[in-house]
Write a new protein. Structure first.
Length: 284
């Protein structure tokens, strides 16, 4: 991933603590059951299971539902004694390879409910395919849902380096989500912000825009201004030269002119109340 391009989601990465306190890298060591069949990747949300060991998060795609017992935190690697060498004793790994047999396996978990995490924005879509999207500045303070971990981690993309493929998304139509959801946007990553201008033609009170040329920097979720575009309009969908707006323009006739698109590919988020394992009263 090279700035300012975000090639794909990479999980949830702790950056600091809410209130500006420093995240010093502190983790808690939680056992992983020998032979646990699901791979765990750096940046994955994870949870306790009923035998006191760690399993992948059950947060569902585009779901506001909290997990039973809450989500414990973020997987930050693991250690265990590998059998047969070449290095004997405990070794440390970026990921847990599903099916690994190791009686002494433990994971490093960032389990602080006050942690602020960096994550990539993905476009809302019915299939859950991780396509990079954006969040407008107006989304500050709004809520986000996540991809389902099991669906996101296909073994491709960031998984090839041992990293998670989990990303976060806005509501259907790639607009602000004011309803209940696991994550709250508390900031943006300015280094990967996008500001693009394009010549486009809008219809009469229509949500359809035709660009003069395709522009790969235009992402779903970006704020759109210009050409009688109404305030608070976002890119709901984009394909080649066709852009769909989140609401119709105020134009009474079709117009051609300059449109401006602005958004952030990466956001800073924290857990909302009622989702973290240490902030719910019901245990596993």
């Amino acid at each position: 991933m090279a700035y300012p391009t975000v090639n794909g989601p990479y999980g949830l990465l702790p950056t600091n603590l809410i209130g500006g306190r420093v995240f010093a890298g502190s983790t808690r060591m939680i056992p992983i059951a020998s032979g646990y069949a699901t791979s765990l990747y750096f940046g994955d949300p994870v949870k306790f299971t009923s035998d006191g060991t760690l399993i992948t998060s059950g947060l569902a795609y585009n779901s506001a539902a909290a997990e039973t017992g809450g989500t414990l935190g973020i997987f930050m690697g693991c250690e265990y004694t590998s059998s047969g060498g070449p290095i004997y004793g405990k070794n440390r790994y970026q990921k847990w390879a599903g099916g690994t047999v190791a009686a002494d396996a433990v994971a490093y978990i960032c389990d602080d409910p006050g942690v602020v995490m960096k994550a990539a924005m993905i476009a809302y879509n019915a299939s859950g395919t991780p396509v990079i999207g954006a969040a407008p500045a107006l989304a500050l303070g709004t809520n986000l849902t996540s991809m389902a971990t099991a669906t996101a981690n296909t073994g491709s993309g960031a998984n090839l380096n041992g990293d998670s493929n989990v990303g976060l998304m806005l509501a259907s139509g790639n607009v602000r989500r004011t309803g209940t959801a696991p994550f709250r946007i508390v900031g943006f990553v300015p280094e990967t912000a996008i500001l693009a201008t394009a010549t486009g033609t809008t219809g009469n009170a229509s949500t359809s825009v035709t660009l003069a040329a395709a522009d790969s920097s235009i992402k779903t979720g970006m704020l759109v201004t210009g050409l009688n575009v109404q305030a608070g309009t976002y890119v709901a969908a984009v394909s080649g030269t066709s852009v769909t707006l989140s609401q119709a323009t105020a134009a009474t006739t079709g117009q051609t002119g300059t449109l401006t698109f602005a958004g952030y590919q990466e956001v800073l988020v924290k857990w909302n109340a009622g989702y973290h394992a240490y902030e719910v009263a019901v245990a596993i």
